[in-house]
Design a protein around this ligand. Structure first.
Ligand code: NAD
Ligand code: UFG
Length: 339
């Protein structure tokens, strides 16, 4: 199978590439490296002991996309490329709408031009209306509360309309919950620029001594210990969900949407203590004010993915922390260490 992967050098993309290559897929990674490094692709090739094609380009550039896709002749596209920082999306909403939405439209137009009708799209749990109590099922009302989340919600609708207009089209929309962890080798992982916004990379840097302490955003939520609860999913499980979705999209026409999580809830303090076990050190923290826009709890109902895709998560929070710490301690400067 030939697969065209936008955003393939990123955190989730790179882990998915390794699994695709190990299944003998022919892969083209298309990325502008705005939030990633070509070093990740070199490591993917080494890990998979297999080659891939990589094209540096922007999904908003229709001509560049078409040249790359005509050369790749893909059977399917996995569409990871996008900007993803929630806070930044409120400061620069037009950049988010342009990059994520205009880029996705250019991608679908190019797929039409080259006759590729299968897509797997990276959506997010952030599309759900936070007024609904977790766990979320795919039928729950949507109501993203920031520009980033709205780009995901709008792209979902665009893909649904595209699939409805093309009887031979297949689209699998995956709503990821909280992706964390790293490849077991410690060779690829999450490499955020600057101070991390997300919990797991922040904890990892406190453990490594490059940040002084974790600020726990809120200790008075209606959860088991008062701190925010999430459904963390190991990036290796998330990668395998894409392979299951590709298989599905190869045989079933139309558009469908799937939650991708574990269905289990972990609080901030539970995650912190699990990380302490993994790294063998105490992690300093202080409970502070709630972070604006956060919900108390976000957990997936994962029964649909199991029923229809035949996929379910294998890894637990201990695996997530262990692999994240392995990546962090072997790569204190992320991909800046080079090959
Ligand atoms: P990431 O930033 O590591 O990967 C995204 C990749 O897309 C990067 O390599 C970046 O350089 C590339 N990219 C961005 N804009 C591009 C453009 N215009 N043209 C070409 N390449 C472009 O992020 P990730 O965590 O791997 O996320 C992958 C996808 O999953 C994103 O769409 C993200 O919104 C979505 N998602 C992520 C999370 C999460 O917490 N990590 C949760 C839900 C959904
Ligand atoms: N948290 C802290 N301190 C930190 C960072 C986070 O206490 O320094 C807490 C948050 O308040 C929250 C939990 O840790 O309770 C998880 O926060 P993250 O920032 O790691 O993740 P979010 O659930 O806020 O959001 C993430 C992605 C979004 C995505 C969403 C659902 O950042 O892009 O998961 O997939 F949409």
């Amino acid at each position: 199978m030939r697969v065209f992967v936008t955003g393939g050098a990123g955190f989730i993309g790179s882990h998915t590439l390794v699994q695709l290559l190990r299944q003998n897929a022919e892969v083209t990674a298309f990325d502008n490296y705005s939030n990633s490094s070509p070093v990740a692709l070199a490591r993917v090739k080494r890990l998979a002991q297999s080659d891939l094609s990589s094209v540096e380009g922007d999904i908003c550039n229709r001509a560049a996309l078409e040249t790359a896709m005509r050369a790749a002749k893909p059977d399917a596209v996995i569409h990871f490329a996008g900007l993803k920082a929630v806070g930044e999306s409120s400061e620069k909403p037009l950049s988010y709408y342009k990059n994520n939405i205009a880029g996705s439209i250019a991608l679908l137009e190019t797929m039409d031009a080259v006759g590729c009708r299968n897509i797997v799209f990276s959506s997010s749990a952030t599309v759900y209306d936070p007024a609904k109590a977790a766990p979320f099922t795919e039928e729950d009302p949507l109501g993203a509360v920031n520009p980033y989340g709205r780009t995901k919600q709008f792209i979902e609708e665009i893909i649904r309309d595209w699939a409805a207009a093309n009887s031979d089209a297949s689209a699998a929309i995956l709503r990821y919950f909280n992706p964390v962890g790293a490849h077991v080798s410690g060779d690829i992982g999450e490499d955020p620029v600057g101070i991390p916004n997300n919990l797991m990379p922040f904890i990892a840097r406190v453990a490594a001594g490059s940040l002084p302490r974790l600020q726990v955003f809120g200790g008075d939520y209606p959860t088991s210990d008062g701190t925010g609860a999430r459904d963390y999913i190991h990036v290796e499980d998330l990668a395998s969900a894409h392979l299951a979705a590709l298989k599905y999209a190869a045989t079933v026409k139309g558009c469908d949407v799937f939650n991708i999580g574990t269905g289990r809830s972990t609080t901030v303090l539970e995650m912190l203590h699990a990380f302490e076990q993994a790294c063998g050190k105490a992690i300093a923290y202080r409970i502070t004010e709630r972070r604006a826009g956060d919900v108390a709890s976000s957990v997936a109902d994962v029964s649909k993915a199991k029923r229809i895709l035949g996929w379910q998560a294998k890894y637990d929070v201990a695996d997530m922390c262990q692999s994240s710490w392995n990546w962090q301690s072997r790569n204190p400067k992320g991909y800046d260490n080079g090959q």
